[in-house]
Design a protein around this ligand. Sequence first.
Ligand code: SAM
Length: 235
Amino acid sequence: MNTNQLSERLAMVASFVPNQTVLADIGSDHAYLPCYLMNKGKIRKAIAGEVVTGPFEAATRNVDLHGFADRIEVRLANGLQAIEDADHVETVTIAGMGGTLITSILEAGKNRLKHVQRIIAQPNLHAIAIREWAVANGFIIVDEEILQEDSKIYEVLVLERGTADYTRTDLLVGPVLRRKLSTVFRAKWEREMLEWQRVIKALDNAEPTEEIKQKKANIQENIELVRKVLAHEEK
Ligand code: SAM
């Protein structure tokens, strides 16, 4: 992967970045995403935020190498603390981390989102945490994609400001993804259901405490919700 050629996963994230936006890429690592977008002339300005020194230095080198230092600022910062009010950041990308970490970054820094109109999140797993955060914080899910790369399945969530009534199924599998019902989406949830069934079998051998019973009931409920989505039984 380099600045001209992103992974399919990051290219999918890039495809949702609005034209000529001011971007903050949080957890930017080598700053491949902002450099790629600047190279294509797709963004006006960017902040590449990194909390770890090694990736921060790699990002700085990459930005310098491409002569983008006047338009991409690399900042050593924890999460959304990379964003200052005066930056007028309109779009935030957070990719390649777990959904729980992405959610905690959004929650911890939500006061930095004042000018932000769009958040593009690419969780490696547990996308439900981001959807729940969105609902609780005045965002809706305007688009979603799912893709497979090197046998791994990734989801990309696009959030914008608004309110919506999502069902538990929407939050679990994605309100947009469930309507698209793609082959990769099916594969992800068929895989997940097998895993849930394996967990239920394991729990059958455990002492049936209230906690175990509740856990089993939750998993069984999820299996039923997903089964209905895949069978087109749930509207
Ligand atoms: N975003 C790139 C991508 O999708 O390919 C890099 C993903 S890499 C797996 C995750 C990066 O996020 C690492 O470089 C890590 O140091 C950084 N990171 C993790 N927690 C962070 C935080 N709280 N604030 C900023 N960066 C963070």
